[in-house]
Design a protein around this ligand. Structure first.
Ligand SMILES: Cc1cc2nc3c(=O)[nH]c(=O)nc-3n(C[C@H](O)[C@H](O)[C@H](O)COP(=O)(O)O)c2cc1C
Length: 332
């Protein structure tokens, strides 16, 4: 069974992907309750951290209930990355993850995120120094390469392992692909098949059904799956995958009561963490998926996503229970 440093994981662990504005403490807690084995924060700017920018620092908040948790940082300046390791350590995460995969222009233009895929020696150097700086396990999340002509992930993963990373998660797309097309897990399997590799290799990209997760395990032979978009507003996805692995059958989708209860707890945790205004505002994006597919729901969704007061959103949840309490969801 895979281990990240000393952290023992179950067979074929499911990891919650780092997602900007999504993978915050309330959402991570819900995913953890629903079976995620490791959760990651969204990416945090090393430059922001060393400037003590409030927004970056707040992203370091982690809670006991979500362990093991990794804090993900990005940057391309060695000094800033090393200083931010010292800052991140104070939050006492279980893992520090380096983002070498973000495709966004303002990140790659500074050689950070997937930008570093154009400068592998810098990637290796940064990683080596970061590993040396901390007693915590360092993991890396990256993409297949910069573009389809520069897929060197087998060699890159081996070099990252040689400088001491404890696991790697690979998104089966290149930077040039951004999120287009479908993820290619073939090169990730090639990393796993390299006989020199001994750290866990986690696959990422397009796992949105239990069958896809099973394919990643059985056909591609990977050590675990990192799941992003399929979990947004649907933390039950992790347990659905686990249920399928165990029984070969699909778990019944969550009932309305479970959905309303999750939405309510999500909102309450968000308010407890960042106050009413931000809590109400930033939880909005999840409701569409919590309540996907219900006919004649628009009026209630609108109330949830336009009310500024928590009280009104909670009242909308009550109304939903009253109006749609016995709605039967079907497996999607
Ligand atoms: C809204 C959103 C935000 C993301 N933010 C990050 C991030 O902060 N760090 C990171 O490494 N990847 C980020 N990603 C990429 C995901 O972690 C993941 O690699 C990608 O979505 C593919 O996996 P999926 O098909 O399971 O969603 C983000 C993706 C989405 C959709």
């Amino acid at each position: 069974m895979p281990k990240i440093g000393d952290i023992q994981l179950p067979d074929f662990p499911l990891l919650l992907a780092p997602m900007e504005d999504v993978s915050d403490p309330p959402f991570r807690a819900l995913c953890k309750e629903q079976g995620a084995d490791v959760v990651y924060t969204e990416f945090i700017s090393s430059e922001g951290l060393i400037r003590d920018a409030a927004k970056s620092v707040m992203k370091l908040d982690i809670y006991e209930r979500e362990r093991p948790v990794g804090i993900q940082i990005f940057g391309a300046e060695l000094d800033s990355m090393l200083q931010s390791i010292d800052i991140v350590e104070k939050s006492n995460p279980d893992i520090i993850d380096i983002n070498f995969g973000c495709p966004v222009k303002k990140v790659v233009s500074k050689n950070a995120g997937a930008g570093i895929l154009k400068d592998i020696p810098l990637m290796i150097k940064l990683t080596e120094e970061m590993v040396k700086r901390t007693h915590l396990p360092i993991t890396v999340k990256t993409r297949l390469g910069w573009d389809s002509d520069s897929i060197k992930i087998v060699e890159v993963a081996e070099r990252l392992q040689d400088v001491g990373i404890k696991a790697i998660s690979i998104h089966g797309r290149t930077r040039v692909q951004m999120y287009k097309g479908s993820a290619d897990w073939g090169p990730i399997a090639a990393v796993k098949n390299n006989p020199r590799m001994h750290i866990p290799i986690f696959g990422n990209g397009d796992v949105d059904t239990p069958e896809m997760a099973m394919k990643m395990r059985d056909e591609y032979g990977l050590d675990g799956a990192m799941i992003g978009r399929a979990s947004i507003g649907y933390p039950w996805f992790f347990n659905e995958v686990k249920h399928y692995f165990k029984t070969g059958t699909h778990k019944d989708p969550p009932t309305m009561e479970e959905r309303v209860s999750a939405a309510r707890r999500h909102l309450q945790m968000a308010i407890d963490w960042k106050g009413e205004k931000l809590g109400v505002f930033e939880t909005r994006r999840h409701y569409t998926n919590y309540f996907k597919g219900i006919p004649n729901f628009k009026e209630y969704r609108m109330k949830m996503v336009t009310s500024d007061e928590a009280e009104d959103v909670f009242a909308a949840f009550d109304e939903v229970m009253e109006m749609f309490g016995d709605y039967q969801f079907t497996t999607v």
